[in-house]
Design a protein around this ligand. Sequence first.
Ligand SMILES: [Mn+2]
Length: 400
Amino acid sequence: MKIAIVSDFHLGYDRFREDAFKQAEQALEAAASEADAIIIPGDVFDTRVPRPDVLAEAINIFRNLSKKEWRAKVTEVKAASRAYTSVPVVAIPGTHERRAQGVENPVNLLGLAGLLVDVSDGYAVIEKGSEKVMVFGIGGVSEERFLETIKKLDPKPMSGHFSIFMFHQSAYELLPFSDDFIHLDQLPKGFDLYVNGHIHNRVEKKVHGKNFLIPGSTVLTQLKDGEQEEKGFFIFDTNSEAYSFRKIKSRRFTVAKVNAEGKTAGELEAEIRKAVDSALKPGEVPIIRVEISGAMKKSRSIDVDFHGIMKGYQGKAIVEIAKPGMEAIEANNTDIDALRKGSLENMSVKDYGLGIFVEKLRGNKYELGIGPTELFDLLSEDGSKDKVIKKALEELFSSA
Ligand SMILES: [Mn+2]
């Protein structure tokens, strides 16, 4: 069976809303025309509570998929939610859709609408003729709870089936930053293929001697060096275990480096324009991130007309400038040092902030019944502050 692995669409991502939608649609259409089944390891949506127009976009994309004549069908599902379709589009929610336990998430809603199979905390069997594929899924959970979730669910391959383990987490081998991240050899054994989302650039590795694949996102979100590669998805053949990457048409992203050392504001402006101009190509509107290093001569960054430069390229490029003012902060911070060295290249700002938050709470001997990650999620969710305070008060007084 040919399986397409497509991930991290981030529908509703405000900054590149149109790109997120178009590139997801394009990837899924291309995947559907080539593969017998599609599996999606999370972050279909960018937010936990997408606006109705974003949900409408998603419904339109997935309805088109479900109208296709599929040769493979989902024949059995045993997961947290019921399945209402046999269309072989199998997904899990990611961290961006993650909500407090027991609350519906938007991927789950698409499942309830019969547009895909939400395989969270369980499995689905896909059959095509005599071929059988099983997909076990665990939706994105807080990193410190992932190992315990694996132990609780105890995912096992199914005999006579090509068995896939699909999840949406960080991994220590990819982001050597937090002890909460799972080590790849802690993933359940015996599966024929491991598929992960969450990381926005392409990863190809081996786990327990089998392929471990992350297709990366279909849209740019973080504007880091590692995102300059082309976007796309994997097609995996379960018979030969061979796979290849299919590129999609995505907005080009380039990083242009500029050295401000000893320059005046005027000279630096000219230098930035030169760097942006040389990254331009006719017939497209790329995203160009200008990274400035070095200290200027006599002028300060406030004297440079960054805004004017960015505005000047309207219609030709989306220009983002990383300002040199940042350097003073970077000087004595080891985390940011690591970030600069690229070891945190794949980490989202949210995960980075979460890591610091959890570390600080632990350092302060934080003791409340609610886990630090859950607290972070609750605090960052709109309209849930009352819930957090109520929960904290309950914890404080129940132990009295
Ligand atoms: Mn993501």
